[in-house]
Ligand binder design. Structure first.
Ligand SMILES: [Fe+2]
Ligand SMILES: [Fe+2]
Length: 278
């Protein structure tokens, strides 16, 4: 059961005067990745083939992710009536493939897979909270709040299953940390950059990772405030099995906050240098 429906959104409150134009391309890109959740559920189905409870939970999870894509996509079409969500997604899907035929996790264990999922949900819950806090446009704000609430629940879902597998697989703290850090680092892989390309750039312009990543990240990272990073760090700590609150988590949050600000400036500088489509 979904916790909310697209028709629950107060679409009639949409106010174009309150749109920050810089937010629109980011919402379009995010819609691509969210909608692709359905393929990730197919991958999880293969990895957890003999665990019907988890598979059912993953299928329900994917339906919520697809709704995130559909809600963000619908908002982006209000913000930019010339944009076609379905066409952009078809383009993304044709070029970005999740290995739906996998029978074991690319993380080396089921615990590792679930820790990686926790990292993704940490990232999305923080991001949509930051976006909701940053936007003045009431419909986008409502969508981002609902989506963020789902992402926090998704974290809890994957965390609970992870604990179950950890009791069985007993992978070390070091390995858990490596998997978590590895998945966080993958944020800068093609998934988001290519989503930015398909949802914002013309067909004629060839995909280039660096250009798309800097365009996406310079905008996205700018929405974060320290409180979002702090909460996210607590979730990362919890997922790997460290105390979510305390000195170590605090110091890590401060370091991460500096890193986010530094990376945002770097991406913004790079974004100024590269030629863009629009
Ligand atoms: Fe989502
Ligand atoms: Fe999620």
């Amino acid at each position: 059961m979904k916790h909310w429906q697209i028709d629950d959104v107060a679409w009639d409150r949409f106010d174009p005067a309150l749109i920050d134009p810089a937010i629109v391309p980011l919402v379009k890109a995010a819609a691509m990745v969210e909608r692709n959740g359905i393929d990730y559920a197919a991958y999880l189905g293969g990895v957890f083939a003999d665990d019907p409870d988890f598979r059912a939970a993953a299928d329900a999870w994917a339906i919520e992710e697809v709704q995130h894509g559909d809600a963000l996509g619908r908002w982006a079409m209000l913000a930019d009536p010339s944009w076609d969500y379905e066409a952009a997604f078809a383009r993304y899907r044709a070029g970005y493939k999740v290995d739906v035929a996998a029978t074991s996790s690319i993380r080396g264990s089921r615990t590792g897979e679930l820790i990686a999922r926790c990292m993704v949900e940490t990232g999305t819950s923080s991001y949509y909270t930051a976006l909701a806090d940053a936007t003045q446009e009431p419909v986008l704000q409502q969508i981002c709040r609902q989506v963020a609430a789902d992402e926090f629940r998704h974290f809890k879902l994957f965390y609970d299953h992870m604990r179950r597998y950890l009791a069985r697989e007993q992978i070390s703290l070091m390995r858990r940390l490596r998997i978590a850090a590895g998945r966080i680092g993958e944020t800068e892989d093609d998934e988001l950059a290519y989503a930015f390309h398909c949802s914002n750039e013309p067909d004629a312009l060839e995909y280039e990772h660096k250009r798309c990543m800097s365009a996406y990240m310079s905008g996205a990272m700018g929405f974060y405030r320290f409180r979002h990073i702090q909460r996210g760090m607590g979730m990362i700590f919890k997922a790997v099995g460290l105390p979510p609150r305390g000195r170590l988590s605090d110091i890590s949050a401060r370091l991460m906050w500096r890193l986010v600000q530094y990376r945002q400036r770097r991406f913004a500088a790079r974004n100024q240098q590269v030629p863009h489509a629009a």
